[in-house]
Design a protein around this ligand. Structure first.
Ligand SMILES: [Cu+2]
Length: 114
């Protein structure tokens, strides 16, 4: 009984490490003066490309990314999407990823184009 419990604890230890954003471009909450070509989010661990989603919308909910959101082929910690030309305003980036340990994390943030 005790051994089983210890074994479960060990498994749990191994499964830690789902991916969280480390930094992004544009940065969270930032105001930038030019329309960026892309949104890029770097995570603190490698992602499972098939299960990762990124979308960018304006405040009316209109999609402004080009629908090409993907994990970068040469950097499995980088999730990115190309953008249509953005007019001044606020934009929301939403992301949902699965890390190599199979755990999903998701979140969103805003940036402003001036
Ligand atoms: Cu995890």
């Amino acid at each position: 009984m005790v051994l089983v419990f210890l074994f479960l604890l060990a498994l749990r230890g191994v499964s830690e490490g789902h991916a969280f954003p480390d930094h992004s471009d544009p940065r969270v909450g930032s105001t930038i003066t030019a329309s960026p070509a892309k949104v890029r989010i770097w995570f603190d661990g490698e992602l499972e490309p098939v299960f990762c989603i990124i979308s960018v919308k304006d405040m009316s909910g209109k999609k402004v990314d080009k629908g090409d959101g993907h994990v970068n082929a040469s950097d499995p910690t980088l999730l990115e999407a190309s953008l249509q030309p953005l007019s001044p305003g606020n934009y929301q980036v939403a992301w949902s990823v699965v890390a190599r340990d199979g755990h999903r994390t998701e979140g969103n943030y805003l940036f402003t184009v001036k």
